[in-house]
Design a protein around this ligand. Structure first.
Ligand code: UDP
Length: 215
């Protein structure tokens, strides 16, 4: 499985000033809890589903949704999906769409969000989940692809069936209302990534291969 580099711009700890500067620069206020999905605008990342989840959450807890996603250059559908999402959210309060690719912004968002959602309908490994867990964020995500390798339901986050809009909303509301639970999930998530998905693990993999070859 892939690993992430904890010293990269996207994953290293950021000081409060830098976080504030970048959130400001991209017009993201922090006066309300932030729910964020960081993903390409792609139908398999289900941004429209995320908006439905947000509408349900918003009825119970005042919060903001940030959808941050670059457009993959090899994906002609991306622009269409972005425009659909943009159209749908045009009159919605507290929804922020970001199209720019910026590693520090991704880091700042993943470090600040009260909940990271990854509502993929299909997924490869799901590096955004790894990145968010590493930053001790509570993650609510679909039980697809590599996500269940990273999220142990109820321990390092919550896993839902990809189309369970109400289930996603309920778990997010629970996290927003229970800071102690949020903190516990975050701590467990970070420990799990530290053990399994940091580059040090890749190094061990290589050493094991070398040992096998040369022993
Ligand atoms: N990403 C980014 N900016 C964005 C959206 C995504 O830098 O606006 C990064 C994200 O941080 C992660 C990668 O792109 O490192 C996406 O990997 P993932 O495995 O989650 O999904 P993929 O796009 O490969 O299907």
């Amino acid at each position: 499985y892939p690993t992430i580099d904890p010293f990269s711009v996207k994953n290293k700890p950021l000081d409060k000033e830098t976080i504030k500067k970048y959130l400001n620069k991209f017009g993201i206020p922090t006066d309300k809890p932030i729910i964020a999905q960081i993903s390409r605008f792609d139908k398999w990342k289900d941004p429209e589903g995320v908006i439905k989840v947000f509408e349900l959450v918003k009825r119970e807890v005042d919060c903001r949704l940030v959808l941050c996603g670059n457009l993959a250059t090899d994906d002609p559908e991306g622009q269409v999906i972005y425009e659909q999402v943009s159209q749908k959210t045009r009159n919605m309060k507290d929804v922020i769409l970001i199209l720019e690719e910026n590693n520090i912004l991704v880091n700042a968002l993943q470090s600040t969000a009260s909940v990271i959602i990854q509502k993929s309908l299909r997924e490869g490994f799901g590096l955004t989940v790894t990145e968010a867990l590493w930053k001790s964020r509570p993650v609510v995500a679909s039980n697809v692809g590599g996500i269940p390798l990273q999220i142990i339901d109820g321990k390092t986050g919550f896993l839902l069936e990809p189309n369970d809009i109400t289930g996603f909303a309920r778990k997010i509301i629970t996290i927003l209302k229970e800071p102690e639970l949020a903190q516990q999930l975050g701590e467990n998530g970070q420990a799990y990534v530290k053990e399994n998905f940091l580059i040090t693990r890749s190094l061990l993999d290589y050493l094991e291969i070398l040992e096998e070859v040369f022993a």
